[in-house]
Design a protein. Sequence first.
Length: 66
Amino acid sequence: MQTKFLNIRPEEILALRVNEAVAVSGLSRSTLYELVKTGKLRAVKIGGRRLILRESLKALLLGGSS
């Protein structure tokens, strides 16, 4: 995952672009969008960009709630 701010550690990133969430989770784009649609994964839309909240993705993958 690339970031414009090289001094930010990956664990400090609050939200991921969909393609970044796909890369780190192993889930497909369509699965991520379905999880967002059903409320199982939290995301925000800012402008035209959908961002997946890192903590929500982590909680989902670890079996917790988002």
